[in-house]
Design a protein. Structure first.
Length: 296
């Protein structure tokens, strides 16, 4: 079982080019399953795994309090693992063929309204230490709907200032072009010309956003910076980097943008992932209707 898992993870890395985080998550899910099989059923070969064993394992995880979303990730990992083994002839038949994916209750994403975003950004003191950097970061998160990891890895050579375009690498090492709005371009220009040169050290790379040590900012540090400015803004909402991505998509949709274009800008592989924002917009329309219609 362990050798099969190692072979499969190499396949994900080399042939599929999937991210390190995805590889680690999948390896952890499969490793936990392999450990359970060895302990509970003395199984150490994937040929011995049956649908009843898979169902028993998932049932135990569910009774142990694991959320449906986490169980779904495990099921997906098991499905692609055993499908891979079947395609390589390691096992005669894929035991996960009849294994259903758990249904997950879809939660509507939180968003800020346009005035709240403006208040968050305008409250950043650009004369303070790293103020220009922080303003440029938060402007870019909202202007382009970036994931926090995409912001951390954004590079100078991928930013075309005149065209207002940034090339980013998202999930699965897929690259896409995202537009950068006028205000975000202005904030980036101020930071790049004034503040970033002071942060550059001998071993500094070409990442756009740098720490005091001249290294690229970690996702944890970016999270901390956003939380710090959220607190300073006086807004009561729970503000975090991904909230700006949700707000970006929702505001585009509410102002008439096509859902397919939003999908492309967000880097969603499936349109169904993007469609959650249509529900957010419907909620907003209903709230406006209830508030202002005389017979609502």
């Amino acid at each position: 079982m362990e050798q099969s898992i190692e072979s499969f993870i190499r396949f994900l890395a080399v042939e599929r080019g999937l991210s390190d985080n995805y590889q680690l998550s999948t390896q952890r899910s499969l490793g936990e399953f392999a450990g359970w099989c060895a302990k509970k059923h003395k199984i150490d070969n994937p040929r011995q795994v049956t649908i009843s064993i898979l169902s028993e394992y998932l049932g135990e995880r569910k009774r142990g309090g694991l959320a449906a979303s986490s169980i779904k990730l495990i099921v997906v990992a098991l499905k692609i693992f055993f499908r891979y083994l079947a395609s390589k002839g390691v096992i005669a038949r894929d035991p996960t063929e009849a294994l259903p994916l758990p249904r997950i209750e879809r939660y509507l994403p939180e968003t800020l309204n346009e005035l709240q975003v403006e208040q968050l950004i305008e409250k950043i003191d650009t004369k303070a230490l790293h103020g220009l950097r922080d303003r440029a970061m938060i402007e870019l998160l909202y202007a382009s709907g970036l994931r926090i990891s995409e912001l951390a890895n954004a590079r100078l050579e991928n930013f075309a200032a005149e065209e207002g375009i940034l090339r980013v690498t998202g999930k699965g090492n897929k690259t896409r072009l995202v537009p950068v709005g006028r205000k975000a371009c202005e904030a980036l220009a101020c930071y790049l010309s004034t503040e970033r040169p002071k942060l550059v050290k001998r071993r500094t790379g070409s990442e756009i956003f740098l720490s005091e040590r001249g290294t690229k900012l970690t996702t944890v540090r970016i999270w901390q910076i956003v939380k710090k400015h959220a607190k300073h803004s006086g807004l009561e909402a729970n503000i975090y980097p991904h909230l700006l991505r949700h707000s970006f998509a929702t505001h585009l949709l509410s102002n008439g943008a096509d859902l397919r274009i939003i999908q492309e800008m967000l880097g969603h592989a499936d349109i169904s992932t993007t469609q959650v924002y249509t529900h957010v917009d419907q909620q907003r329309l209903k709230a406006v209707h209830r508030q202002f219609h005389p017979r609502a």
